[in-house]
Design a binder for this molecule. Structure first.
Ligand code: AHG
Ligand code: MN
Ligand code: MN
Length: 322
């Protein structure tokens, strides 16, 4: 399932551009190009095909939502209730992604094991992230990771990652050597909008889980940042991380007293979103190290997730686990 990549180096942009000023030609990510340099043409073509397919299927997933707000009488491998919309999105993504040359496997939050598709990259999906928001008609997303390794894999095997945000408009954010936001049209085509780097001045924070379930060090950290930042928590990681990328700040689904691994899945949610935030110039952490360095234990394993501006994650690590 592994894919050869060559070591061709691309020039790293060095000029300084803020998020608001960034254009598709001029963007820069002085601190933001840690991952993805040196992709081979084969890697680039396959990654493009994967995100073309994700954009193409996004309007179908969105159109399929209104009639699928009902829970089915089944659980996913994480032991959570499953909506008809989760299954529909998973079926569509599995069909389209396994049909791509260069995709060798598909794994999803909704499926027990990896679907074999021949030789090539392993693609992970959280088909509908934040699907409990469907009942209340709030934002949701689709999260995609592209790994050059057998799953489960550590984050250093991620060669690209992205998400679709089903908000008032449908957008797609893709990270490789840099992070690009696209508008997804109703016909499934994508139009490049801008390059994303984290704003230097953070504005927002959002932490999941019940406050009494937070370990004391997590509660201490939130007490420290809540006087500096505005609370923004929407119940879908894609929407909440998109706010961090837009306004700067920190998102977390932390370690919990009831579950030290937290809630979010390492392969489907943690690694791809960490890759996106780090490529945009931010940091990720599981409390003590980059999520991308955390050992991969099981396909459906969970991991505490903290992502955001570098200073905020440095402070988090200094507070949590000490
Ligand atoms: P999913 O719908 O894929 O299970 O993911 C939901 C996740 C994540 O998107 C969000 O940050 C968190 O769960 C919300 O959980 P709470 O309802 O506990 O806030
Ligand atoms: Mn999710
Ligand atoms: Mn999901």
């Amino acid at each position: 399932m592994s894919q050869d990549t060559d070591e061709t180096t691309e020039e790293t942009p060095t000029d300084e551009t803020t998020t608001a000023e960034a254009t598709t030609e001029e963007t820069t990510t002085a601190e933001a190009t840690e991952h993805g340099d040196g992709d081979s043409p084969v890697t680039s073509q396959t990654v493009e095909a994967i995100f073309d397919a994700v954009a193409a299927v996004a309007p179908e997933i969105r159109e399929g939502l209104p009639g699928r707000r009902v829970y089915l009488d089944e659980e996913n491998p994480s032991g959570e209730e499953v909506l008809a919309a989760d299954v529909h999105a998973d079926d569509l993504l599995c069909d389209r992604l396994t049909a791509i040359d260069g995709v060798g496997g598909y794994a999803s939050e909704e499926g027990e094991s990896v679907v074999d598709a021949g030789e090539g990259f392993a693609v992970t999906c959280d088909p509908l992230d934040g699907s409990s928001n469907l009942a209340s008609n709030n934002a949701m997303g689709t999260i995609v990771g592209v790994y050059d390794a057998e799953l489960p894999a550590t984050g250093d095997a991620v060669v690209a990652a992205g998400y679709v945000l089903y908000g008032p408009i449908t957008t797609m954010v893709v990270a490789r050597d840099r992070v690009t936001e696209y508008l997804v049209h109703d016909d499934g085509s994508r139009e490049e909008l801008t390059q994303i780097t984290l704003p230097e001045e953070p504005t927002v924070y959002g932490f999941g889980g019940r406050v009494p379930d937070w370990p004391e060090d997590v509660a201490d950290y939130v007490s420290a940042v809540e006087s500096e930042l505005k609370l923004r928590y929407g119940g879908a990681m894609v929407g909440d991380v998109n706010q961090v990328l837009t306004y700067g700040g920190v998102f977390a689904y932390p370690a919990l007293r009831s579950n030290p691994e937290g809630k979010l899945r390492h392969q489907f949610e943690g690694n791809p979103m960490a890759y996106i935030v780090e490529t945009a110039g931010g940091r990720s952490s599981d409390g003590s190290q980059s999520i991308l360095d955390a050992p991969a234990e099981a396909l459906h394993g969970r991991i505490p997730v903290y992502v955001g501006n570098e200073d905020l994650i440095d402070r988090l690590e200094a507070t949590v686990g000490t």
